[in-house]
Write a protein that binds this ligand. Structure first.
Ligand SMILES: [Zn+2]
Length: 238
């Protein structure tokens, strides 16, 4: 099994990475995680207040997949960590895939929560097929979705068991930066919804799994320093 780290753009100030991930099983099943800001941002970024989003042509999810020989139609599953703007801008490209999301999160967005309006045309595209799940869920052997509510209700992280690297945890926005990895002392972030107990519980869940699985590493959601040191696609971990 291979795990690719997809670099889907940069947010300023702070050179903050926008991540996505591709998992390829030994049977050739392609599993994408998140899709970044809308591809229209290459030409016309619609920056939210206080943020400048830089998406180069090579940063789009299509371009990152193409560089490793994968077309959008080849994606079997699209895992939605959550539907914030920087994670769901190109879901509409993946109508061949089954989209997998926590039921609680999908219903919050589907019922019109304004936080998820910006990309509604993408993640809410009528051609998309969603599988709604509740709680932790083993999608395929060695690929476990983890319910990590807090940043938003029904946020998901992932656990991926690789044969050479070992277990890797993709925290996504449950833990955005290594400085937030301690559940007891971590800061909340400006984009976290008002659920401090949930955030601390999910941060602890990631830390506990990292320990019990003897994980090789945890990938934090928007960690400038860490992402500068990761093996980015087209290279991969296996
Ligand atoms: Zn994010």
């Amino acid at each position: 099994m291979r795990l690719y780290m997809l670099y889907l753009g940069t947010m300023q100030p702070g050179n903050i990475p926008v991540p996505g991930y591709l998992i390829q099983t030994n049977e050739g099943i392609n599993i994408l995680v998140d899709t970044g800001w809308p591809r229209s941002f290459v030409d016309t970024p619609a920056n939210p207040p206080g943020l400048t989003v830089e998406i180069r042509p090579e940063d789009t999810v299509e371009a990152r997949l193409e560089a490793i020989g994968v077309n959008p139609a080849d994606i079997r599953y699209l895992i939605c960590t959550h539907l914030d703007e920087d994670h769901s801008g190109n879901h509409d490209l993946f109508s061949n895939a089954e989209l997998i999301i926590q039921k609680e999160h999908y219903e919050l967005a589907r019922n019109g929560h304004p936080r998820f309006n910006a990309n509604r045309d993408s993640w809410g595209h009528p051609s998309l097929r969603y599988r709604l799940i509740e709680g932790d869920y083993e999608l395929l052997p060695g690929i476990v979705l983890l319910e990590t509510s807090g940043h938003v209700p029904g946020h998901q992280s992932l656990l991926v068991r690789l044969s050479e690297t070992g277990t890797v945890l993709l925290a996504a926005d449950a833990v955005m930066h290594h400085s937030m990895a301690n559940a007891g002392t971590r800061q909340m972030f400006v984009t976290d919804m008002e659920d401090e107990p949930g955030i601390r519980r999910s941060t602890q869940k990631i830390a506990d799994l990292a320990e019990s699985e003897n994980a090789a590493f945890v990938v934090y959601g928007h960690d400038t320093e860490q992402w500068a040191s990761l093996r980015l696609s087209p290279a991969f971990y296996e």
